[in-house]
Design a protein around this ligand. Structure first.
Ligand code: SF4
Ligand code: SF4
Length: 446
């Protein structure tokens, strides 16, 4: 007797990000991004202060001269952007990009204003209603452009300074002219370009095309059973005005998933699942193995793991560089115009120079002392040298020793700098020169 034939259940398309609520998720993520976009510069969390040449990075006030930290930060951000593009495709464009967020907000406002005008002016001609809607939209867009520009420029200029310039309507100074020009560009962008900016101007879309490969996350139309009812709802829902059924690799596609929601909505009513979905590459997603957790978050080959490791290396290097960074940068060096001098009491003087920069937000103080040699004193500098926030000084001082504490010729000393704020006392090993024979050599006496 032959074995009963097993009835195979038809496999359902695998939906990598389940649910049909991408729009809601995207709007929530965009709202969080907007808050972050505004908060980062206004609270000095992350911004470059061009006039003062400072770089604020999560509580640390870095000086542009701190090359290693600035380099590590830029490399970290660059690799982060590249890794995101490689693994998650246009996720940045669809969910996180300020241009997209403001373009969609402008679209929403414009539609609302058109509805309002149509309701308020039912008897006016279409031309008059269009003019009224455009005028009202311009009225809303102008302050919105000023606000967006203010936040954007705050990434490069102190926000308080910018606020004062805005209040005084400064369009005479270079900074004021730049601010007014950026406001005009922002206004024109959201009035005329919006999503067109993404395909015509933004380099990130082109960069993403270079970085993506067969495992990159994309929005994929997959319909082997010909379930598409050709309702065109996905095309109508697409903010970029494209048809995802033609290709998953169209430059215009920002992977916003509005077409997935549209398709889920219409096919859900017919009792079947969406045929547009997120997929890792455009291979046959039904046949694609489900994979373990790291494959499910996008780490699907060695290249991705290598990029992640590189990112971790830079993140670790950056955290170490920031944690060992001293808020007061201090250098002490000898001033060798004269090797030494001897004063009337027979004490030997060596001259040094101190260079100090207070890179912190608070007042700093430096106190110098000499260890190793008995009876050493420091002259011509205050016991506690005070530095205001951001201040840089250069000051010369003398280390003075009695001959009884010295060997003829070279003596090793350590100058100890007690710095506040700072983690540890800083030590500087220096040579101290004493006369070879008598301390009262002619020509060297003070
Ligand atoms: S095709 Fe879909 S995912 Fe791509 S931009 Fe249009 S709606 Fe968004
Ligand atoms: S929404 Fe879905 S069913 Fe309708 S045309 Fe697009 S892919 Fe086909």
């Amino acid at each position: 007797m032959s074995a009963p034939t097993q009835i195979q259940k038809p496999k359902k398309p695998r939906i990598i990000i389940p649910g049909t609520q991408h729009h809601r998720v995207r709007k929530t993520v965009q709202a969080i991004c907007f808050i972050i976009f505004v908060t980062l510069p206004l609270f000095d969390i992350m911004r470059i202060d061009l006039p003062r040449q400072r770089f604020y990075f999560f509580g640390a006030e870095l000086w542009i001269s701190e090359f290693s930290i600035v380099f590590l930060t830029l490399m970290f951000l660059w690799i982060l952007i590249a890794a995101m593009a490689m693994i998650y495709g246009r996720f940045w464009c669809g969910y996180l990009c300020p241009q997209m967020i403001f373009s969609e907000t402008a679209n929403g406002f414009e539609k609302g204003i058109i509805r309002f005008v149509n309701k308020q002016m039912p008897n006016a001609g279409p031309r008059l209603r269009r003019i009224a809607a455009a005028f009202l939209f311009g009225l809303v867009l102008l302050p919105a452009s000023v606000l967006v520009t203010f936040v954007f420029v705050s990434y490069f200029v102190p926000p308080l300074d910018l606020f004062h310039r805005l209040l005084s309507l400064d369009i005479r100074t270079a900074a004021g002219i730049v601010g007014a020009s950026v406001t005009l560009v922002t206004f024109l962008d959201f009035a005329l370009l919006r999503e067109r900016f993404c395909t015509a101007i933004c380099p990130y879309g082109y960069l993403q095309n270079m970085l993506k490969d067969k495992h990159t996350l994309l929005v994929h139309f997959h319909d082997p059973d010909d379930e598409c009812i050709r309702c065109n709802k996905c095309v109508r829902a697409c903010p970029m005005g494209i048809d995802i059924r033609k290709s998953s690799h169209q430059l215009e596609c920002t992977h916003c998933a509005e077409c997935i929601d549209a398709c889920s909505g219409i096919l859900g009513k017919l009792g079947t699942q969406t045929i547009i979905q997120y997929a890792w590459g455009d291979s046959d997603s039904k046949a694609a193995p489900k994979g373990n957790w790291f494959q499910r978050i996008g780490l699907r080959d060695g290249k991705r793991v290598a990029v992640l490791v590189l990112l971790l290396v830079y993140a670790t290097g950056l955290s170490i560089a920031i944690s060992v960074r001293q808020p007061v940068l201090l250098r002490i060096m000898p001033d060798r115009i004269t090797l030494y001098s001897v004063d009337a009491d027979g004490k030997v003087h060596n001259r040094f120079r101190m260079m100090a920069s207070n890179r912190s937000h608070i007042q700093a103080s430096i106190s110098l002392s000499v260890v190793d040699l008995k009876d050493a004193i420091i002259e011509e500098i205050e016991d506690r040298k005070v530095l205001e926030p951001g201040q840089t000084i250069q000051q010369e001082f003398d280390v003075v020793l009695p001959p009884s504490s010295l060997h003829p010729g070279i003596n090793k000393i350590r100058i100890l700098a007690d710095v506040t704020p700072g983690k540890l006392g800083q030590q500087f090993s220096e040579n101290f020169f004493a006369p070879q024979d008598s301390p009262k050599q002619p020509g060297l006496t003070k």
